[in-house]
Design a protein around this ligand. Structure first.
Ligand code: SAH
Ligand code: SF4
Ligand code: F3S
Length: 448
């Protein structure tokens, strides 16, 4: 049987899809990269905002309709599936399987029930997390995501994630280390440690906190780079900031969602830090690594947000000069405190206007920063060949910028030095520096 997985949402969902794929392949099924010939289609959904939820619904509708001319199983999983549960069966009577993020490990059983009984199965219960996870040892990539925590306990008032992903759970450190080692054994050079709030990681059994875990992962031979996401500003400790000073494999980047520059709004969001605290973290980080890239998430139009509040967010952009930022219009989410207690009172046209102003400023700062990199030398990890442009490779700098470069030898998986020749809108172009392939082997005229 052939299966296809379509994924929406965050890196956790991407990692979940990878796990689904790995479990099914171990069961003898084949993964295909187009839904056309698939016998089973999975839609791994997100519901963090209205837009991804709509996408999940339309994808589900589309694939269920396709059952008219092709006998196939359609499964909905992930956060929107968890949110809607049984309601999806009412909406789509022909759906075969609905399961939540905590049912991935039970997938063979659930799928078996669908195949055996030809009945639809819905399971979105809170079954709890386990430390063990599946990943396939024939993994081909140079970079990999590794979960360190699951769930979230923070209950930011706008956010549905804690209601869908359950309470925070830290995987055991030895299991994480084992997974990273195995991944490195498969050729992985860079890992991103994943969690909704990695800073609160705690392996209680072995008394290992997040910095302790970073130190242990750093020891792994053959691993060249470490990233982590996401960090919550309330839990960024001085120890973590200090770790950037003595752990060279830690990439020169931190994603630190600020959400708003207004203390009044931050309080309503239940973020548990204020603007001053956020600024003090950035100052300390820049003392340890002068050129660390800082990226963030920002919400505009949170209930009661005034022009003045929005002004504080805008001034924060100028004070910090983020390398880039993801920005969103507030979207009321069922179950959350903001949805229950606050009226979504910022009119749509104002949200739209504020988002436009914000994004323009984010872009212009990001582009200015990119332009400043022109002529500079960056170390990049070459991730893959470009599918669009033969002869080109896609690489990433330690400060998380995509750098396209031309080479006539296969550089995949290598760290090389490039000189930045051009700053494009969302990426950079670079040329390989002579004699700078200093990892195993030499090839081509560039290494002369
Ligand atoms: N765990 C991460 C973020 C998870 S959600 C953290 O704490 O930073 C990713 C981003 O989506 C959030 O940072 C926030 O900016 C945005 N987001 C979440 N809920 C939202 C909502 N209801 N409306 C608009 N944006 C939202
Ligand atoms: Fe949502 Fe806040 Fe948890 Fe992030 S920390 S997942 S924004 S509740
Ligand atoms: Fe991720 Fe979306 Fe769920 S952001 S945790 S897939 S709601």
């Amino acid at each position: 049987m052939k299966f296809y997985i379509e994924t929406y949402g965050c890196q956790m969902n991407e990692r979940d899809s990878e796990e689904i794929s790995s479990i099914l392949r171990m069961e003898g099924l084949f993964e295909v990269d187009s839904p056309k010939n698939a016998d089973i289609v999975f839609v791994n959904t997100c519901s963090v905002r209205e837009k991804p939820s709509q996408k999940a619904l339309s994808a589900a509708g589309r694939y269920i309709k396709s059952k008219n001319h092709r006998k196939r199983i359609v499964a909905l999983c992930g956060c929107f599936a968890k949110q809607e549960g049984e309601k999806l069966r009412e909406r789509f009577p022909d759906i075969d399987l609905v399961f939540g993020p905590q049912q991935i490990k039970d997938l063979p059983v659930l799928l078996g029930r669908v195949l055996a009984g030809k009945v639809s199965v819905v399971d979105v219960s809170d079954s709890g997390y386990v430390s063990e996870e599946n990943f396939s040892e024939d993994f081909k990539g140079v970079t990999a995501f590794v979960n360190i925590t699951k769930g979230c306990n923070n209950f930011c008032s706008f956010c549905i994630v804690p209601y869908l992903r359950g309470r925070e759970f830290s995987r055991e450190s030895r299991i994480i280390l084992d997974e990273v080692k195995k991944r490195v054994g498969c050729g992985v050079k860079e890992v991103t440690l994943l969690g909704q709030n990695v800073n609160s990681y705690l392996d209680e059994k072995n008394n290992v906190d997040f910095v302790g875990l970073l130190e242990m992962v750093h020891e792994i031979d053959g691993l060249m780079r470490i990233r982590f996401t996401t960090s919550h500003p309330k839990d960024v400790s001085d120890r973590l900031i200090g770790a950037f000073g003595y752990l060279p494999k830690l990439c020169n980047h931190i994603h630190l969602p600020v959400q708003s520059g207004s203390d009044r709004i931050l309080d309503l969001m239940n973020r548990k830090y204020d603007r001053k605290h956020y600024l003090s973290i950035i100052e300390k980080l820049r003392k340890v690594r002068e050129d660390i890239a800082i990226t963030t998430d920002i919400i505009v139009g949170f209930p009661t947000e005034t022009d003045e509040d929005f002004g504080y967010t805008m001034s924060l952009l100028d004070e910090i000069k983020f390398d880039t930022a993801f920005s969103f219009k507030y979207s009321p989410r069922p179950l959350t405190r903001a949805y229950r207690e606050l009226e979504d009172d910022v009119p749509e046209n104002i949200k739209e206007e504020r988002l436009g102003i914000l994004q323009e400023r984010i872009e212009s700062i990001a582009q200015e920063k990119n332009r400043n990199l022109k002529g500079k030398c960056l170390e990049v990890l070459v991730e893959k060949k470009s599918e669009k442009f033969p002869g080109q490779y896609i690489s990433r700098s330690s400060c998380n910028r995509v750098v396209n470069l031309i080479s006539d030898c296969d550089l995949t998986g290598r760290i090389v030095k490039v000189r930045i020749t051009e700053a494009l809108k969302h990426s950079l172009r670079g040329e390989l520096m002579k004699g700078e392939i200093y990892e195993k082997g030499r090839c081509g005229r560039n290494t002369a």
